[in-house]
Design a protein around this ligand. Structure first.
Ligand SMILES: NC(=O)c1ccc[n+]([C@@H]2O[C@H](COP(=O)([O-])OP(=O)(O)OC[C@H]3O[C@@H](n4cnc5c(N)ncnc54)[C@H](O)[C@@H]3O)[C@@H](O)[C@H]2O)c1
Length: 251
């Protein structure tokens, strides 16, 4: 099937990004999977083998100086990205636990912001002109529950970087709505992924006890929301944050 829409999913070699790419591909959308890990080639090949239009781009989003070139590489593959899913994210831990506020090194703070906040900013800038030209676009930024409320399990750099993404998304949503573009965030709670497994098992067990659902979430429970926000049916959903956390936070 030849899709008229193309999605770029960052951090698509693993976890939430990989499952989001899979669901978008299953819906007939052409997907470009970007990741710093070479494993993204295998993820794209798996989708292509199932009949999807899927390509891989290997790039490190923390290398901000290279991002314009990476964006050009993506745009050379398609006639503009219609759906941008800024999913790649990092959350450095020390022996499975977060660094306490006073122990966060400036280099770590800057690294977390580069990947979690500044790369999404630059990719939005790069992809918005084609969305404007087409009069249709969807930006889905994966934030975090830690960017919405206090989380003892999240580092301050991580929480702040995700809160910044939410603020940026809201501004894009308002400014670009007249062009048929929506921008929304998803704020996952604790989801069972390789990133979550960088926390010590006892930290995750403790987390599950605080979730009314009594368990961690699955990648599919986030990816299905990505698919919805990327759809035509979500055209009146704009500038919002979809909290998916098994009821750990109820707004
Ligand atoms: N898992 C959770 O509990 C949870 C909770 C809240 C928010 N999130 C957010 O969801 C998103 C996906 O997380 P996940 O749990 O699926 O993690 P994951 O570690 O399974 O996947 C993240 C992917 O991003 C890629 N990535 C990281 N840094 C990169 C870089 N510099 N350049 C390119 N690719 C890079 C990794 O290689 C990996 O494939 C992240 O933004 C994360 O902050 C996750």
């Amino acid at each position: 099937m030849t899709s008229t829409r193309t999605a770029l999913v960052t951090g698509a070699a693993s976890g939430i990004g990989r499952e989001s790419a899979r669901l978008l591909a299953e819906a007939g959308i052409r997907v470009i999977l970007l990741d710093r890990s070479e494993q993204v080639r295998e993820a794209a090949a798996e989708l292509a083998a199932a009949g999807a239009q899927a390509e891989a781009v290997v790039a490190d989003l923390s290398d901000l100086a290279a991002l314009d070139r990476v964006g050009d590489q993506v745009l050379a593959l398609c006639d503009g990205v219609d759906i941008l899913v800024n999913n790649a994210g990092v959350h450095p831990k020390v022996d499975g636990r977060i660094a306490q506020f006073e122990a966060i090194a400036l280099a770590d703070w800057e690294f977390v912001f580069r990947v979690n906040t500044t790369a999404p900013f630059l990719l939005c800038q790069k992809m918005l002109p084609a969305m404007k030209r087409k009069g249709w676009g969807r930006i889905v930024n994966i934030a975090s529950r830690a960017g919405r409320t206090y989380s003892p399990r999240a580092g301050t750099h991580y929480s702040a970087s995700k809160a910044a993404v939410i603020g940026m998304t809201r501004k894009i949503a308002g400014d670009y709505a007249p062009f048929g573009i929506t921008a929304n965030c998803i704020a996952p709670g604790q989801i069972e992924t390789p990133l979550a497994r960088t926390s010590a098992p006892e930290v995750l067990a403790e987390a599950a006890k605080k979730i009314p659902a009594g368990r961690l979430g699955t990648v599919g429970e986030i990816a299905s929301a990505v698919l919805y926000l990327a759809s035509d049916g979500a055209s009146f959903v704009n500038g919002t944050v979809v909290d998916i956390n098994g009821g750990e936070t109820m707004a």
